[in-house]
Ligand binder design. Structure first.
Ligand code: FES
Length: 107
């Protein structure tokens, strides 16, 4: 199982085991982690699953799609070059060790 680390805005972190094929939004919500609201349930309609990727991982992920790109313009916290919607990041074994940073707010 790929392990993903979520770093909260206060610097605390949680490492969880994700399943191959689930999204980086589903994995933490299964564990009850705070910091990702995912109000639309992963349908790319709410932007409340915003995360920042550590730069080292950007090249390992699929490109931002047009819908995700448009929705990233409406995140509550500032959009950065490494912003992604976690519901659009599909976990694969190659992402073992992925680090995602949570913004200060989702709404
Ligand atoms: S869960 Fe709504 S956009 Fe990701």
């Amino acid at each position: 199982m790929p392990a993903i680390t979520f770093v909260h805005a206060n610097g605390n972190s949680d490492r969880i085991d994700a399943s191959d094929g689930e999204s980086a939004m589903q994995a933490p919500t299964h564990y009850g982690l705070d910091g990702i609201l995912a109000e639309c349930g992963g349908d790319a309609m709410c932007a409340t699953c915003h995360v920042y990727l550590d730069d080292a991982w950007l090249a390992w992920l699929q490109a931002v799609g047009d819908d995700e790109d448009a929705l990233l313009e409406s995140t509550a916290a500032e959009r950065r070059p490494n912003s992604r919607l976690s519901c659009q990041v599909r976990i694969t074994p190659a992402l073992d060790g992925l680090v995602l940073r949570l913004p200060e707010r989702q709404v």
